[in-house]
Design a protein around this ligand. Structure first.
Ligand code: KIV
Length: 280
């Protein structure tokens, strides 16, 4: 029962908690797509993003456009099993929300109900403001995403920096529109650092940078990028904090060598015909 008992149960962070971190200690976030990775990130992240980058990182798709609701639900459920304290945010996949606020509501509600996510993220600025307002006024916390929005890669003609020169005002207007519409935070992807700082100063919700500025209220990266596990693209904004891809390649090569030379399995890895000491 709510409010009873002397020891409060551990409570996962909410969108409101993340919103309250505006201007405070930097918000830490990474993506996760599986239970073991979620377990690893839970103690250090304020929120964990089940990003639609899963399509490229785990499924080998050429872009995020082929990611489906079913994929997001499956990976959201896996991540939820590994989280106890971080907020889980699930990305709305391409074509699941752009058509109308009603379509967005149906799919966002399904994502939250079937995964247990505390919030959804969707891409787009001024043109998504009405949808963000529709969702947030109906109990669905929304993280917005402006600047380079990867689902729009075909319109941008590549994964290019957004908001240089005269375009800066457009990205600023996008960020202001999503904040006014009720988003609890906004991801700024691949925008010039000065513009990211101006947006961070102008908004009363946290900005989460990815290829933006150290002055943002928080940072997010694709976990496989920063661990050196996904190396097909090397965006300038990724810092490699590990080289797990190289370590994995060495480990599988050592395994293959051990199998071919019959050094594996060793006596300690196999089972005796009888259990020592057991009567026959
Ligand atoms: O899909 C994703 O991983 C994202 C990024 C912001 C990390 O949207």
């Amino acid at each position: 029962m709510y409010g009873s008992g002397s020891t409060p149960a551990p409570r996962p962070r909410s969108a409101a908690d993340i919103r309250a971190q505006k201007g405070g200690s930097p918000i830490v976030s990474l993506t996760a797509y599986t239970t073991p990775m979620a377990r690893l990130l839970d103690p250090v992240c304020d929120f964990v993003l089940v990003g639609d980058s899963v399509g490229m990182v785990l499924h080998g798709l050429p872009s995020t456009l082929g990611v489906t609701m079913e994929m997001m639900i499956l990976h959201g459920q896996a991540v939820a099993r590994g989280l106890t304290s971080a907020l889980m945010v699930v990305d709305m996949p391409f074509a699941s929300y752009e058509e109308s606020p009603e379509q967005a509501y149906r799919n966002a509600a399904r994502l939250m109900a079937e995964t247990g996510a505390g919030a959804v993220k969707l891409e787009g600025g001024r043109h998504m403001a009405a949808t963000i307002q529709f969702l947030t006024t109906r109990g669905i916390p929304v993280m917005a995403h402006v600047g380079l929005t990867p689902q729009g890669v075909n319109g941008f003609g590549g994964y290019k920096v957004q908001g240089r020169g005269a375009q800066a005002g457009v990205i600023m207007a996008d960020a202001q529109a999503v904040a006014e519409a009720g988003a609890f935070a906004v991801v700024l992807e691949k925008v010039p650092a000065g513009l990211a700082d101006d947006i961070t100063a102008a908004l009363d919700i946290p900005t989460i940078g990815i290829g933006a500025s150290v002055g943002c209220d928080g940072q997010v990266l694709v976990v496989d990028d920063m661990l050196g596990l996904f190396t097909e693209f090397q965006p300038k904004f990724v810092r490699r904090f590990g080289n797990l891809g190289e370590e994995a390649a060495q480990a599988v090569a050592a395994y293959a060598e051990a199998v071919r030379s019959r050094a594996f399995p060793g006596p300690e890895h196999v089972f005796a015909d009888t259990v020592p000491g057991a009567s026959a």
